[in-house]
Ligand binder design. Sequence first.
Ligand code: FES
Length: 57
Amino acid sequence: MYICMCFGITDSAIRHAVEEKGVGNLRELREHLNVGSQCGKCIQMAQQIIDSTIIDE
Ligand code: FES
């Protein structure tokens, strides 16, 4: 499922960044994938995916 339409980022790409690249917050996610750095509509959903992925680890 696409989370960030501006950059074509999926939920699995976000999970992968958290699990494999050590991303732990939105700032780090933006540095890796640009998520949220254009229109910002994806920020809330991206945060939820970061949180749920960290909890699952
Ligand atoms: Fe992510 Fe626009 S949908 S910055």
